[in-house]
Write a protein that binds this ligand. Structure first.
Ligand SMILES: *Cc1c(COP(=O)(O)O)cnc(C)c1O
Length: 390
């Protein structure tokens, strides 16, 4: 049996989600734009899902736009504000630890003449509110800071960031992909103007996301064509996926406090076991202000890929850095931003639990890791030199 602890990369779709989606591949296959019964049924399903997504973040249904992914929602938010508010200014503020969906979009805009400030983060991966405030100038049109980091799990001071943006009349977008279903979110209480999410990170289907846009904000169409999504995002709606997203977000936000408690206990148990039994290891990210299921630990003198392959052979699916960067040999930009050296960043392992994981599994992962780290270190000339030098 495999142990899946890579829920930050993607999650297993909930059976109840899949069952509901199936109906929209078989019975209710209509095009929501058609006026006859099948179309009306599909449209109703899309609007019900929109209500569920809105409810989960205390927004209004008309403030929710469905997209094809979290990446698309991030692209849309940033590019739309850049385009719509160019009359006011061309300055965008983001953080140095964002997902590539945000970082690479900002880098593209720089090539087009926009000015972008990448806020540094502290050793835990949090931006400084002072530095944010100092970075805002008359030309700032957007602040985009992620809710929770996908690699190290650190949760940003979102409410305070939103407050600062509000005071300066700057739009605040947050990539909340990792936070949905893990942290209670009320966009009004947290002063959030725009928010990105994606269903496959909370036990929904892949290929469907959503963008929340506070009413009053000038949103430019992202894909032009038909009149779907109130003329802002053309293309026939992915009805089964949207239905699945609605069901998944309903389930994911049902009982967040219980989930947080259960997962953080498991996470802390695992972290303590690993740090206690494996020397020269350290926890990355904030000790308490972190996602309940995330444990990111660095092992000195270890190469991440070797660790992952050996874990895989023992039936464990985890990640070094993020899934998007594995395969490339560049160390994680997030781990470098929190001050790790290149070689430390390479030897990091992210375990992200969900509610199906058990203490026994955490034990097995920790034991396997201990053996693997010992083996890899025994083969490392760097480690040999280090031990001799002591
Ligand atoms: C996974 C992820 C994304 C991308 O979402 P997709 O739906 O896979 O495009 C964006 N931001 C963060 C923080 C993520 O973890």
């Amino acid at each position: 049996m495999r142990i899946y602890v890579d829920n930050a990369a993607t999650t297993k779709p909930d059976e109840r989600v899949v069952n509901e989606m199936l109906l929209y591949y078989t019975e209710y296959f209509g095009n929501p734009s058609s006026i006859y019964a099948e179309g009306a049924e599909a449209k109703r399903a899309v609007e019900t899902a929109r209500e569920k997504v809105a409810k989960a973040i205390v927004a209004e249904p008309r403030e929710i736009y469905f997209t094809g992914s979290g990446t698309e929602a991030d692209n849309w938010a940033i590019r739309s504000i850049a385009k719509a508010y160019i009359g006011k200014g061309n300055h965008i503020i983001t953080s140095s630890v964002e997902h590539h969906a945000v970082l690479h979009t900002c880098q593209e805009l720089e090539k087009e003449g926009y000015r972008v400030t990448y806020l540094p983060v502290d050793e835990y991966g949090r931006v400084s509110l002072d530095e944010l405030e100092k970075a805002i100038d008359d030309e700032t049109i957007l602040v985009s800071v992620m809710f929770a980091n996908n690699e190290i799990g650190t949760i940003m001071p979102i409410k305070q960031i939103g407050e600062i943006c509000r005071q300066h009349g700057v739009i605040f977008h947050t990539d909340a992909v990792q936070a949905i279903g893990m942290v209670p979110i009320d966009v009004n209480e947290l002063n959030i103007d725009m928010l990105s999410m994606t269903a496959h990170k909370f036990h929904g289907p892949k290929g469907v996301g959503a963008l929340y846009v506070r009413k009053g904000i000038n949103l430019k169409p992202f894909i032009t064509g038909g009149a779907q999504e109130r003329g802002k995002r053309a293309a026939t709606e992915n009805v089964p996926a949207i239905v699945g997203m609605g069901k998944a977000i309903e389930l994911a936000t049902e009982n967040i406090p219980d989930k947080q408690k259960k997962l953080s206990e498991l996470r802390d148990y695992y972290i303590k076991r690993v740090l206690d039994t494996i020397p020269y290891s350290r926890l990355n990210g904030h000790p308490t202000e972190r996602l309940a299921g995330n444990a990111n630990i660095s092992f000195q003198f270890i190469e991440g890929e070797g660790m992952l392959l050996r874990l895989d052979m023992k039936g464990i699916s985890a990640s070094s850095g993020s899934a998007c960067t594995s395969g490339s040999l560049d160390p994680s930009h997030v781990l470098l931003a929190i001050g790790l050296k290149h070689e430390e960043a390479h030897g990091s392992l992210r375990v992200s639990f969900d509610e199906s994981n058990t203490k026994e599994q955490a034990d097995y992962i920790a034991e396997s890791l201990k053996d693997i780290v010992e083996l890899l270190r025994s083969m490392s000339p760097l480690y040999e030199d280090f031990v001799k030098g002591k």
